[in-house]
Design a protein around this ligand. Structure first.
Ligand code: KIV
Ligand code: ZN
Length: 528
């Protein structure tokens, strides 16, 4: 590997998933992992296997599929390293190993805090005890797996001399990557760079292992700190798609990769990322986590390449480089207008979807094509973004226990809204129910709830327009919960946002039902 190659370690499925409300189910995690592999990510941190049986199952499934399938476009077509996180305990390390060992390139990532504040108040152990536990954990991990990463949690607030001592000991115990987390996003860029320089110069053996950076964004400095660490000699960056993660999140993958690429002449560093897939990956992670991407988000936001002011537009028309430092097509944000219309056939539709990175087949393609025909009838121009919304709705759609057949809504000012829904149930028969509500969406949700008889609490409801214009496709995402169980989310897209809302709500309910054994759900048991 070149000395200027930076490994991209994506932790969207672990640190990213720790963001409040961002949890994903196994099908969603697998879909994100496939996208990360196609993107060319070197290491996928697939989860924290000891955290729950679901986490363990998801990491195992990713290791068994994404961790063994060579993906075209990846360096040497090798599958990515699949990594599982573990505290420095035998139980956690065994859980991580049993989850990742199916991968061709498995990694165990173990961590223990090193800052005085964490040692005194959280772990209540002395520095020597910390070192002993770290060494024991790394040695045990190394007895199971060749590739072991160690993180001194809260390294950013750790006394440098103690940090060098710990790192020197874990290198002797067999650690192959040392990850330096600024866990609470406290450091400034020059401080973080100096921390990495200090580690490389004062830790015996540090130049024979990979030094990694892991920066949180509490002060909005995660990207700057990560770049500073890479300039000081780190050669792995831990990042998340859209910058999701604990509290203010982690350094964002797309920003880091595009900063390295756009300023390569100054930084002299490269990655193996296929940047043309960045927007697609961003969109997928946004949908699976229900975290919307702000329009002004760097690189992948809807406005990242939009020019509103007359002066800017004038400059753009004369030469795009006057106001664009990156080309939209290089991040997969090309806005092609009117690609397909209502006369387009299924073949052209599926080919365009594949070009956009959504290779749908079989019944998923059938449903997406049917939706496209309806959309093309209603909308003057169908944009790539519309197609991506239709395709993404299908690609991880849960089994359709309940499907929307018909919806009628009456609403207006100063009165209550009424809705009547007709749903096709798991047994194939149609069920009709009317309801009233505070507004059209409330009325529709009440009517759906009355039919499906699966009591759920609505935790979140987001609407956004996929493209501009009065006929824009509206995309709705909802998050619902049943009792104390893990929340489920659903997505729907339609030119009518009430229909999109109904679809999203049903998708979330279907996702909840998919988790339950058929016998526990009266309607499913009856249909079986
Ligand atoms: O931020 C952090 O310290 C972490 C570690 C587990 C690497 O996420
Ligand atoms: Zn973190």
């Amino acid at each position: 590997m070149h000395s200027n190659y930076v490994r991209i370690f994506d932790t969207s499925l672990r640190d990213g998933e720790q963001a409040p409300g961002a949890s994903m189910n196994t099908a969603e995690k697998l879909e994100v992992a496939r996208a990360l592999s196609r993107l060319g990510v070197d290491v996928i941190e697939a989860g924290f296997p000891a955290a729950s049986p679901d986490d363990h199952a998801a990491v195992r499934a990713i290791a068994a599929e994404v961790g063994v399938v060579p993906t075209e476009g990846r360096p040497q077509h090798e599958p990515p390293i699949i990594c599982g996180l573990a505290r420095c305990t035998r139980g956690d390390i065994e859980a991580a190993w049993s989850a990742v060992q199916g991968a061709r390139h498995p990694r165990i990532h173990t961590f223990l805090a090193t800052s005085d504040i964490h040692l005194e108040h959280k772990l209540r152990i002395s520095r020597p005890e910390m070192v002993a536990r770290a060494v024991e954990g790394v040695r045990f991990a190394r007895s199971l797996c060749e590739d072991v990463e160690f993180s001194p949690e809260d390294a950013g607030r750790t006394h440098p001399a103690f940090l060098h001592e710990v790192l020197g000991e874990v290198i002797k115990a067999g650690a192959t990557t040392l990850n330096i987390p600024d866990t609470v996003g406290y450091t400034l860029p020059d401080e973080f760079g100096a921390l990495i320089t200090g580690i490389l110069s004062h830790t015996p053996g540090a130049r024979d292992v990979t030094i990694s950076v892991h920066c949180h964004d509490d002060l909005g400095l995660a990207l700057a700190n990560s770049l500073s660490g890479l300039r000081a000699g780190a050669r792995q960056a831990e990042v998340t798609v859209n910058g999701i993660g604990e509290r203010a999140g982690n350094a964002s993958l797309e920003e880091l990769v595009m900063a390295l690429r756009t300023r390569a002449a100054v930084l002299g560093l490269e990655t193996g990322i296929d940047t043309r897939q960045l927007c697609r990956a961003s969109r997928l992670v946004s949908r699976c986590t229900s975290y919307p991407v702000p329009p002004n988000k760097a690189v992948v936001g809807a406005n990242a390449f939009a020019h509103e002011s007359g002066i800017h537009q004038d400059g753009m028309l004369k030469n795009a480089r006057t106001y664009e430092i990156m080309r939209p097509e290089d991040v997969g944000a090309a806005q092609t207008t009117l690609i397909l219309g209502k006369h387009s056939g299924r073949h052209a539709f599926s080919r365009r979807l594949a070009e956009l990175g959504w290779p749908l087949e079989g019944s998923q393609l059938d449903r997406a094509f049917a939706d496209f025909k309806v959309l093309a009838d209603r909308k003057k121009s169908v944009h790539d973004a519309d197609l991506a919304a239709l395709a993404s709705q299908e690609s991880s759609a849960p089994p359709e226990f309940w499907a929307l057949e018909h919806l009628l809504v009456a609403c207006g000012t100063g009165g209550i809204a009424t809705a009547t829904v007709r749903l096709r149930g798991p047994d194939g028969t149609s069920h009709v129910h009317p309801a009233v509500g505070d507004g059209p969406v409330d009325a529709v949700f009440t009517a759906i709830a009355a039919v499906v008889q699966t009591p759920v609490e609505l935790l979140e409801f987001n609407v956004h327009a996929v493209t501009g214009g009065i006929d824009a496709l509206g995309e709705v995402s909802v998050r619902v919960r049943q009792g104390d169980a893990r929340p489920a989310h659903g997505h729907g897209a339609d030119t009518d946002i009430v229909v999109a809302s109904a679809r999203a709500y049903l998708a979330a309910i279907n996702a909840l039902l998919a988790r339950q054994p058929a016998a526990a759900v009266p309607q499913l048991a009856a249909a079986a």
